[in-house]
Every structure is written in structure tokens, then in C-alpha cells.
Write a protein that binds this ligand. Sequence first.
Ligand SMILES: Cc1ncc(COP(=O)(O)O)c(C=O)c1O
Length: 397
Amino acid sequence: MKQFSTSQTLNNLPKQFFASLVKKVGKYIEAGYDVINLGQGNPDQATPQHIVKKMQEAAANPVNHKYSPFQGYRYLKQAAADFYKREYDVTIDPDSEVAILFGGKAGLVEIPQCLLNPGDIMLVPDPGYPDYLSGVALAKAEMITMPLREKNSFLPDYSELPSDVIESAKLMFLNYPNNPTGAAATKEFFEETVQLASQNDICVVHDFAYGAIGYDGNVPLSFLQIEGAKEVGIEIYTLSKTYNMAGWRVGFAVGNSSVISAVELLQDHLYCSIFGGIQEAAAEALTGPQECVRELNHLYERRRNVLIAGLRSLGWNVTAPKGSFFAWLKVPEGFTSTEFADILLEQAHIAVAPGIAFGELGEGFVRVGLLTSEERLGEAVRRISELAIFKKLAPEG
Ligand SMILES: Cc1ncc(COP(=O)(O)O)c(C=O)c1O
């Protein structure tokens, strides 16, 4: 078969790390091992029934069999605005400050293409969600990383960035509760960000994918709750995690109207909007009963507690995440993150993501997803306790 060569744009795309992890883990599963897969970020619970029911009804309505309006139905934009008012006391104009997205990932990949010219500087956290790099590559932007260090609670320290970089940067991505570190943002940090962005004309995109998942009674802050935030940026919200709707592909961007209209313009050229049935179900999710969200948060918190307490009992001094459904664990001395992840897979049949997959500063950590039952997490701890390296660490008696 003739092989057509691919474009430079395609050749420039970063390697999808998770494809290789899935392959590696798949080999162990195929070989018949009982693998506890904590490597990826796919919610394990079902979408709440009232949302599914709305979709079933909506699927039978012929209105939804037609093309939906290019920029999505107004009722969904209104639902997004109502959600922000109810959850965060943030006022959003549904007509100019909401763009419907095919999941958060779509928005994150589209925005650099909307705002940047080739060579423009974009600031991205290290470690960070790998799909940010896809947006950078498609926009042919120059990426400068903002280190997230443990000593700064995994918040970037802007004074570490050279002043010429800050002055010329056009776009910044942030994400709290954070994937992969499980860190939470503070109001002071967001205020500092608004000030920096405003002084240097940087557009801030806050990826709020884990907005619903905060622990120890802490409700994650929306960037838009900060005074002046809408002037300098947008927030991306997805229904994937809050309502276990990762497979439905629906989310939205809210905030600065010039950015929202840029996203809508690009999307007008790329797609028609999402299937109307999904839009109806998404509106139901955002404005219907929210007990399911509280229960989900409690479920993840119980899982976090089992994992963290279990690992600490082995003498492994791990930090508990403040939000998100990931734990970011420091690798025991003497191993790289890949070596340690390989040991867990080969000797304990536990899959985790090596920190290096999230950037250079991810080295020295592994990311563990809280996406299986407390029993399975307990079993993971038991298997880890049998590894020779942990036998040495375990407290006596
Ligand atoms: C930090 C972060 N942002 C965005 C997303 C994208 O979510 P979705 O495209 O399902 O909305 C994810 C998914 O794992 C994520 O972890």
C-alpha cells in the first residue's frame, strides 16, 4: 500500500505517553495477571441515573436528530451560567461568556490555536497534563515551563521565571486541583496570577477539570471567583469528572468574552455542535440534583484515606492529595520514576504512571489514580508491603 507522508504539523505532535503505558499494562493483563490499574485517569463510576434518563428521553426527540446550532443550545449555556452562580457565586453572561466544548481537552487544544502565532510564548506547568503539549504543538508555539515544586506546594513561583519571558508570554495554563500533583490553589496565588497577567497582557486559562474534588472539607476555588479574573482569562470546566461523563465528551469554557468568541469561531469551522441529547443531559447534570457530586467526592476521599494511611503504615512517607483523584507519591530513594513504576507492575502487578510522563520535574514521583474500590486499593497496599524495598522501610513490630 502506498504510504502518504504526513504534514509537518502532524510530525511535530508530541508522543502520546499513555498509549505506551496502556500497551505495557495490556501485556500483563493478557498474560493473565490480576493487574490493579491505577495508571490512568478514567473515572470508574457510572453517570448518575437522572442524567442518563434525560439522555434517553432526548435521544427520542426528533429535534435532536437535526444538526444542533453551531455554537450549541442556549439552554446549555444558561445552565453553565446558573451552575457558576450557584456553585461559585460568579456571574456569567450565557450569550457572550460561555463556549460549549467537546470535553475540556478540545478547548485546551483549541485555545493556543485561537490566540497564538507561531513562535509566541506559552507558559505551561511542569509537571502538567500531557495534552497541553498537543495544543502547543498545533499552534507551533514556544513552550516555556513553570516549575511546580513540592516546597511551593506545587504552585508556580513566578519570580523564578525570567522577566523577559513574563513580558513576552501571551498565554498561561494552570490547573487546580492539579493533575498530577493533587495540589490545590490558594486565593492569594490566584490573586497574584491575575495581577501578573493583567500587568503583562497574558491570557490565563484555568483548567478546572477537578473542580468538584476537594478533600478535608476544602471546596476547590474557581479562578473566576478572583476579582479581575474575567478580565484576564477563562476557566475550562468539564462534566467528565464531576458527573462521571468522560465518555460523553462535553464541557464548556467560561470567562473573557474575547477568548470565548475566538473559541467559537474556530469551532464554527471545525464542527457542528454536540448531539442535542448530550446537551440536554449536560444541562440536567449542571442544574439537576447535586447529591451525586457530594457522594462522589466522599467516595474519592475514602479511597484516598485507605491508600495514604496504608502506604504510611509501610513506612513510606507519602503526602495526601488536597484535591483531584490522584495521589502524587515520592519514589523511594535509588529509583527513577520509570524504574519504580516498572517494579510495581512487574513485581506487584500494580500499574501507576511514572512522573516523568508529566514533565522533567515529575521525575522522582509516581501518580496513582484513586479509580478503583477501597478493597482493591487495600490489596494494592498489601502487595506493595511484600516488595523487598518496603520490607526494609516498614516500622518494627
Ligand atoms: C487536568 C485535566 N484537564 C483536562 C482533562 C480533560 O478532560 P475531558 O476532555 O474529558 O473534559 C483531563 C482529563 O483527564 C485532565 O486530567
